[in-house]
Design a protein around this ligand. Structure first.
Ligand SMILES: [Zn+2]
Length: 73
């Protein structure tokens, strides 16, 4: 007969499912499903905030579009 301690060792409490959360880095970012949508959103934001320069890019993690700020040089 196995003790409860032996069972705990065979079945670890926490499964490491986080490794499969590929969307994790995008959680705090706004997601746009199309490039057009992202460009429109970036133009609206740039109109609100003078001096702000935004670029859109397709994310290779979630395959959606995000905005990123660009430093003017
Ligand atoms: Zn993403």
């Amino acid at each position: 007969m196995m003790s409860s301690e032996q069972i705990m060792k065979r079945y670890p409490k926490k499964a490491d499912y986080r490794a499969y959360r590929f969307d994790l880095p995008c959680e705090d970012k706004k997601v746009y499903s199309t490039e057009k949508e992202a460009i429109e959103a970036s133009e609206a934001r740039m109109a609100e905030h003078l001096g702000l320069e935004l670029a859109v890019y397709q994310c290779n993690v979630c395959q959606s579009w995000h905005l990123t700020s660009v430093n003017r040089s």
